[in-house]
Design a protein around this ligand. Structure first.
Ligand code: TD3
Ligand code: ZN
Length: 310
């Protein structure tokens, strides 16, 4: 079974009211942890890399890992470019076998975002690659970029409607109050559900929630117990996540949760076994921690048992 595009997994998710996890990876162990979980749950899965991940690992390595992972998985796997900021990166990803791309020109003026996205959709659809785009801006650490309070904004539903209609994108990411990273809310976590509902109604296509990590307190505590100093964290609570899925979120972007699990796992091993230096003994348990986290997310997203491939 080769890689499939977003449409293959999101159309059914929208119809049936669940969401597909979109998990970021930067190395083999993270990817294996994600795939092991998805295969065990027989859940469709989206694996994605940012431009920063591509810079770090090399697109050839990432694409080859993804292809190998999908080959014998027996589930639907999408390889997606997350936050593609440049047309060149998007083209590069398509040439390397990515089956889906995000053209993220959300930091540019509306008209410019619209015209570049339209261009990408035109090209991508010729080769059966799906396209995601975003309106509004999330704050936090987006890949290697820090977006501050002043630059952040929520999506305008009327603009979203026009944008989706004119570009023909396959999935749309509305900014509704989440942020990237481990520090999402100052007070009580809250998303703009009315805005989400409105966007769902007006666009009629699968929606994507960025900055959707749950940032579980027990994982952060574990990391801190083994030497981390990560304070003041806040993620999207599971009940809010489930509500958002009911209202049209079909793709849930998750990176921070995996980074926290992976590094907490590494810290635990190194602390418990200060004599250890065999990478397999250190990264193996960290890979298991990623798998456990992904299984937990799949449960919340409702995607277990939903893969059509076998
Ligand atoms: O696009 N991403 C993943 C990459 C951004 C940096 O983490 C997300 O929307 C997921 O965000 P998060 O931080 O909640 O996992
Ligand atoms: Zn994002």
């Amino acid at each position: 079974m080769g890689l499939v595009n977003l449409r293959t997994v999101l159309v059914k998710a929208r119809e049936q009211g669940y969401a597909v996890g979109a998990f970021n990876f930067v190395n083999m162990e993270m990817l294996q942890g994600i795939l092991d979980a998805a295969v065990e749950a027989h859940a469709p899965v989206i694996i994605q890399t940012t431009e920063g991940a591509i810079e770090y690992a090399g697109i050839g390595y990432l694409a080859a890992l993804a292809r190998t992972a999908a080959e014998n998985a027996g589930i639907d796997v999408v390889l997606h470019l997350d936050h593609g900021k440049h047309l060149e990166t998007v083209m590069h990803a398509i040439r390397h076998g990515y089956t889906s791309v995000m053209m993220d020109a959300s930091d540019r003026p509306f008209e410019e975002n619209l015209s570049i996205t339209k261009q990408v959709v035109h090209i991508a659809h010729m080769v059966n690659v799906s396209v995601e785009a975003e309106l509004g801006r999330l704050k936090g650490i987006e890949d290697t970029l820090r977006v501050g309070d002043a630059q952040a904004s929520l999506v305008d539903p009327a603009q979203a409607q026009a944008f989706v209609r004119e570009t023909g994108v396959d999935a749309f990411a509305p900014a509704i109050g989440t942020s990237h990273g481990a520090f999402k809310f100052k007070g009580i976590p809250r998303l703009d559900m009315e805005r989400l509902e409105r966007v769902a109604l007006l666009t009629g296509i699968p929606l994507v929630l960025h900055g959707a990590s749950s940032v579980p307190a027990d994982v952060v505590s574990k990391a801190n117990a083994y030497g981390a100093a990560i304070k003041g964290t806040a993620g999207v609570p599971d009940d809010i996540m489930k509500q958002a899925i009911k209202k049209g979120i079909c793709k849930v972007n998750t990176d921070t949760d995996l980074r926290l699990s992976f590094t907490a796992g590494i810290r635990e091993e190194l602390t418990k076994h200060p004599e250890a230096f065999d990478l397999r003994n250190i990264l193996g348990p960290a890979r298991q921690a990623v798998k456990a986290m992904v299984l937990n997310r799949i449960e919340v997203f409702g995607s277990a048992g939903k893969s059509s491939a076998s």
